[in-house]
Ligand binder design. Structure first.
Ligand code: T4K
Length: 418
């Protein structure tokens, strides 16, 4: 395992200190393993002559992540990205001729969740979220399950921003209503539940994780489906290879979701420092919370979250004005983002294709949410700086033009005056 202090110090060393100046901080700084330092492994792939189709590197990656993260309780299959992984898992869950036409999901999620359901021929049925955890609201889900019953083909909750869903409750719902479950766990690789176990471990229903460059488990493009049911993973593996059975002809719905050997190598290598990276990211989240006690953060339900960024609400007075906060931060050299804004029910295509229930809380959260930087190379000092600036730009007093100048601009001005 890589010494995490080395990782973070290398970056801090490049930082110009003093005189209130701070180097620009990007919103997300992807940190996939460096292919340039993996020449021997790349040569081995070339020599093997196998570049895809669940090759040897991919198999090693699947086995290692199943053993190290999920303690060999079940199996994993890689996919080319989580969106395709969701499509596969939903299709497997609902069968070729689904009994219902809805996919029950929150509106507070990424476009991929709704797209995947639509590609499977389902209509997203959008429910509200919990005001504290920002996870799908249990009461709202149950009301829709009662109202739509057999018309719901799949329950598709999103583990919002890596937060842990109550999977026991979902297994209960699946049993009670006889409706399959697929978990959108795109941002959850590395998250630990309240018992300190990998989120999703032991689940009889599939969880779909993203290994996108912007995630804590950064590769480039990639995804992983985990399930305690090994047969289900084997089915998804065949579906991801054009639905081929033995002999090589389609025996089930299929598409091509296979991960290349080079991307699998990125995944395999990422496992080396992933524990340290995830700990560091969660430490940064704790630091944000400590330094911004007057702000509202998402209430985390697990013991650790694999933060892709830190989501926080701007003060009520700035609701509807978050774009200005993003601009003010940018002028001070700090990148930020907005997720999931607009939420699904607010996006033009989904307004035509989805059905929305009451989304009061979703609307309130999405009007105020902003995502602040987290990256493997961010230092605690950076976090303090971000918090200072964030508080300043969120204060009721308008930020003066001069104070809001971008770092580069101020430096240029100083140079021309001297
Ligand atoms: N379900 C949920 C709930 C999800 O959140 C997602 C994906 C999915 C399903 C589907 O997973 P995948 O099919 O992607 O595996 C980013 C990620 O692309 C996306 O994976 C993620 N969720 C989503 C929440 O965030 P964008 O559109 O914001 O990415 P983008 O390109 O604007 O990049 C964000 C920041 O990262 C920018 O500041 C630029 C920086 N960046 C990005 C890339 C790709 C870099 O510096 N280098 C890079 O190579 O979606």
């Amino acid at each position: 395992m890589v010494d995490d202090r080395r990782l973070y110090k290398a970056h801090a060393a490049t930082k110009p200190h003093g005189a209130g100046r701070h180097r620009p901080i990007p919103f997300i700084r992807p940190n996939p393993p460096k292919l340039s330092s993996l020449t021997a492994e790349l040569v081995a792939i070339e020599d093997s002559g196998i570049f895809s189709n669940y090759g040897p590197v991919n198999s090693r990656f699947e086995d290692r992540i199943a053993a190290s993260v999920f303690k060999s309780k079940g199996a994993c299959v890689t996919v080319s990205n989580a969106t395709v992984g969701l499509m596969l898992a939903i299709k497997q869950a609902i069968g070729w001729k689904p009994r219902g036409r809805y996919a029950l999901m929150p509106s507070f999620t990424f476009a991929a969740t709704a797209h995947a359901a639509l590609w499977c021929g389902l209509t997203p049925l959008l429910c509200d979220i919990d005001p504290e955890t920002w996870l799908p609201d249990a009461t709202a889900e149950e009301a829709l399950l009662k109202q739509y019953g057999n018309e719901i083909a799949v329950i598709l909750p999103n583990a919002t921003f890596g937060n842990c869903l109550d999977l026991a409750r979902y297994h209960g719902l699946a049993a009670q209503y006889g409706i399959p479950l697929v978990v959108d766990a795109a941002a959850s690789m590395g998250s630990l539940d309240a018992e300190d176990k990998a989120f999703g471990i032991d689940s009889q229903f599939p969880l779909v994780f993203s290994l996108h460059a912007t995630k804590a488990f950064a590769t480039s493009e990639g995804g992983l489906v985990y399930c305690a049911d090994r047969d289900l993973i084997q089915t998804l593996r065949s579906m991801g290879n054009f639905g081929f059975g033995e002999p090589r002809s389609a025996t089930m719905p299929g598409l091509n979701s296979k991960l290349s050997e080079v991307t699998a190598l990125l995944g395999l290598t990422k496992l080396n420092d992933f524990e340290a990276i995830t700990e560091h990211r969660d430490d940064m989240f704790q630091r944000y919370r400590t330094l911004l006690p007057e702000f509202t953060f998402q209430r985390m339900t697990g013991n650790r979250t694999a933060h892709q960024f830190v989501a926080v609400l701007v003060p009520q007075a700035k609701a509807g004005n978050v774009a200005h906060v993003v601009s003010a931060l940018a002028r001070q050299g700090i990148g930020s983002g907005r997720y999931f804004v607009p939420h699904i029910a607010e996006q033009p295509f989904f307004q035509e294709t989805c059905i929305a229930a009451d989304l009061t809380i979703t609307g309130m959260i999405s009007r105020r949410v902003i995502a602040l930087p987290v990256s493997d190379s961010l230092t605690m000092e950076d976090v303090s700086h971000i918090c200072d600036v964030f508080r300043q730009v969120c204060s009721p007093r308008p930020v003066s033009r001069r104070a809001a100048r971008p770092i580069g601009e101020t430096q240029l001005e100083a140079a021309s005056l001297s």
